[in-house]
Design a protein around this ligand. Structure first.
Ligand code: SAH
Length: 349
């Protein structure tokens, strides 16, 4: 880890270089090559002497992602990347174009431990957490490939970001660094299934990012059935820390609610949800569940979704229905998964 140069802050990289008697200005050059010019090979660092490039590549491996496959939606130009990591594992990322610019949805782990019943990321089990540089690299490689500036990030791909807390925090430090891409914390959303102690730890940092909570059910009975994490941290415990988060950061919490036909979409659910969220600085994002081949859940009807919005609205809770992007390439919420196929076809479509 200590030699993983892409995950080092500028200060750490400078300290490493100085311990090796490499001239000070080289640290700045290398850091800028990595985090401004987004190169993934020392050979591209053209203002470095060849001997130094060779020395560095031996000492500091570059754990960048490679594009193993790229799919572009014919419906809305959403792009899904399958990235291969240095050890042969795979993760997916999705780039979406909105009016305000390009947003990337990045993965934080290979697979996921959380076991949510409706989510594809959990199906292949958990492999490992990503390094900070591997999370960065998804954005760097996508931005270079698209030739477009990516201005917004959602940590909503594969994995549970708060189950990889330290690496995700470091990723946030690096991506918001003014010596790097300097993306504003306000343009970043972090989505969690609700690991309460980690939310609390993050709250102490007072970050200006948007906290997204995958709630999906208003009662413990229901939520524990579809999200095992709820057996550890109850709905009330989760909402208590959310209230605290919203009031202390003055940032609106975004609650994700995948609507599963006949499961969590009744009027009673909407009424209970509204009562639990009352008075909180928040917003509810309703997502008719995206179908995952192996899972039994079906999306709620349009009428059900509208009724939900209406009930929430009457109680003063702002709710919107999430627009579906990239549905022809399985790029929608919860459809990203670990793909490990030894016969995989490499190459870009
Ligand atoms: N582990 C984090 C990050 C994943 S974000 C979290 O749980 O928040 C992915 C979002 O898509 C989460 O809100 C997740 O609950 C939701 N999701 C998962 N599967 C889905 C599906 N099939 N349809 C709609 N949303 C889904």
């Amino acid at each position: 880890m200590s030699r993983d140069i892409l995950s080092m802050t500028f200060e750490e990289l400078s300290a490493e270089f100085s311990a090796l008697n490499i001239q000070k200005f080289r640290a700045k050059q290398v850091y800028e090559w990595l985090h401004r010019h987004l190169v993934s090979d020392y050979d591209e660092m053209s203002n470095l002497p060849k001997s130094l490039r060779e020395e560095l590549s031996e000492m500091f491996p570059l754990y960048t992602c490679k594009i193993a496959r790229k799919q572009v939606s014919k419906l809305d130009n959403t792009v899904k990347y399958l990235f291969e990591l240095h050890d042969g594992d795979f993760v997916e990322s999705v780039v979406m174009k909105y009016k305000y610019g390009y947003t990337i949805c990045v993965s934080s782990q290979v697979g996921c431990k959380m076991g949510c019943a409706f989510c594809a990321s959990t199906l292949g089990g958990f492999k490992r957490s990503l390094l900070p540089g591997e999370i960065l690299s998804q954005l760097y490689i996508a931005q270079k490939d698209l030739g477009e500036r990516i201005s917004h990030i959602v940590l909503m791909g594969m994995g549970e970001p708060l189950d990889n807390y330290d690496n995700v925090m470091r990723f946030l430090t690096l991506i918001t660094d003014e010596k790097g891409l300097n993306i504003s914390m306000r343009n970043i959303s972090l989505s969690t299934c609700g690991i309460v102690p980690k939310i609390s730890e993050m709250l102490d940092k007072h970050l200006q990012l948007t906290l997204s909570i995958s709630l999906h059910a208003p009662s413990d009975e229901l939520r524990s059935r579809i999200m095992p994490i709820n057996k550890k941290y109850s709905v009330d415990e989760l909402l208590r820390i959310c209230r605290k988060y919203a009031s202390e950061t003055s940032r609106r919490i975004s609650f994700e609610y995948a609507m599963l036909a006949g499961v969590n979409d009744s009027d009673e659910c909407a009424v209970l949800l509204a009562s639990k969220l009352k008075g909180m600085l928040c917003h509810v994002n309703l997502i008719p569940v995206n179908e995952v081949a192996e899972s039994p859940f079906k999306p709620s009807s349009h009428e059900r979704v509208e009724r939900f919005v209406e009930i929430l609205g009457k109680s003063g809770i702002n709710a919107t229905v999430r627009r579906k992007l990239g549905s022809d390439i399985d790029a929608s919420c919860g459809q990203l998964r670990q793909k490990e196929n030894s016969n995989r076809k490499k190459g870009v479509e």
